[in-house]
Design a protein around this ligand. Structure first.
Ligand code: SAH
Length: 340
């Protein structure tokens, strides 16, 4: 049985029409789910008994279980149990501009980036749309506050779960859904070229971030196996199409790994690589984990790298660090409960 939180408004309309009912019931249902936020079909009082009975025969309205919550200053990590007893994590960050949530898109991940804890477990399966939507809905409820920003930067490669991801965007972005503005939503990819092209045609103004992490193929090949399939020049070409189609600015994520990609030469090469692209580079201090050997670049070297980019007219920021104490930072999320 499908879970109702996985259906877009269009899909619900189609359901009603196919069942000889009126299309406008879809919007009523959507409002019950995402505006009034009832948790059973029975409470949807402007839908007839017949419709409610049919809905409960056709769909589940069950929510996931939150089985653990870990808090630190301005950040909170939630462990969800899925119906097949798999686990995923989502992280809430409190910024001065609002609450932002980092959601997962898969159980495990197949990209195998050498530095990333989340990818140490192979992909078990894609998350269904409702499993991504419910991460937000349930955290909002627990928090009692609105979530204004969403990043798809948790466990998984979102572009390896493209269709469910796009339906998720449609649901959270819809004014009668969670009403989160597209410009407040960011998806991050390790660089799946065909999906970048597809994404560039999407009529939603969602932000794109690309995990670059190296200025050339030699280094990127060593740390990101996906680079063997889609090398840097192919990624850059796809991003030119994206920039051309969308007129938006994109973000490159660049983790600073000691003695791997943090030299002065790397900074110069990086500046040349992105020259002329409407982008900015987000330098990410690496979060070390016990299981992986990479080390973090020290702050002075990060500043040096930053300065070189600046001098070369590259827009650059250093990512504010969140949640490393509770292993909630980038690359530290896991999909296995026992390992926590
Ligand atoms: N698979 C997607 C979405 C994950 S986003 C992607 O690769 O973009 C998570 C971001 O955190 C990615 O940029 C990832 O490369 C980065 N990351 C992974 N491990 C990290 C670590 N230990 N410290 C800092 N950033 C890390």
């Amino acid at each position: 049985m499908k879970n109702i939180y996985g259906l877009t408004l269009d899909e619900i309309e189609e359901y009603f029409v196919n069942n000889g009912s009126k299309k406008f019931h879809a919007l009523q249902l959507f409002e019950w789910l995402y505006v009034k936020r009832v948790e059973s079909f029975d409470e949807m009082s402007n839908l007839s008994n017949d419709i409610r009975t049919k809905l409960s025969n056709d769909f589940s309205i069950d929510r996931l279980k939150i089985v653990d919550v870990q808090e630190d200053v301005d950040v909170c990590k939630y462990l969800f149990e899925l119906f097949d007893h798999e686990h995923i994590e989502a992280v809430l960050m409190k910024h001065d501009y609002g609450n932002s949530i980092c959601v997962s898109s898969q159980v495990g991940c197949n990209m195998g980036c050498r530095f990333c804890e989340s990818g140490r477990r192979k992909k078990v399966r894609n998350l269904e749309t409702y499993e991504i939507v419910l991460q937000i809905l349930m955290i909002e409820k627990m928090l009692g506050e609105r979530i204004s920003h969403v990043v798809v930067m948790g466990i998984g490669e979102p572009f390896d779960n493209y269709d469910n991801l796009i339906n998720f965007f449609k649901i959270i972005n819809h004014p009668k859904g969670l009403a989160i503005g597209a410009r407040h939503i960011t998806v991050s990819t390790c660089g799946i070229v065909p999906k970048i092209i597809e994404f560039s045609k999407l009529p939603l103004q969602i932000n794109l971030a690309v995990s670059l992490h190296a200025p050339n193929n030699d280094i990127r090949d060593k740390i990101m196996p996906i680079n063997k399939v889609y090398p840097i020049e192919k990624v850059i070409d796809a991003l030119k199409v994206y920039l051309n189609n969308t007129n938006r600015r994109l973000t490159f994520e660049y983790i600073m790994l000691k003695d791997v990609n943090d030299s002065i030469d790397c900074a110069i090469e990086l500046a040349n690589l992105v020259k002329g692209l409407n982008c900015y580079i987000n330098l990410i201090p690496y979060n070390e984990t016990n299981n992986i050997d990479f080390k973090r670049t020290n702050t002075i070297q990060i500043m040096r790298f930053y300065d070189i980019l600046k001098k070369n007219s590259v827009n650059v920021t250093i990512r504010r660090e969140f949640g490393s104490k509770i292993s909630a930072a980038c690359g530290q999320l896991r999909s296995k409960k026992e390992e926590l």
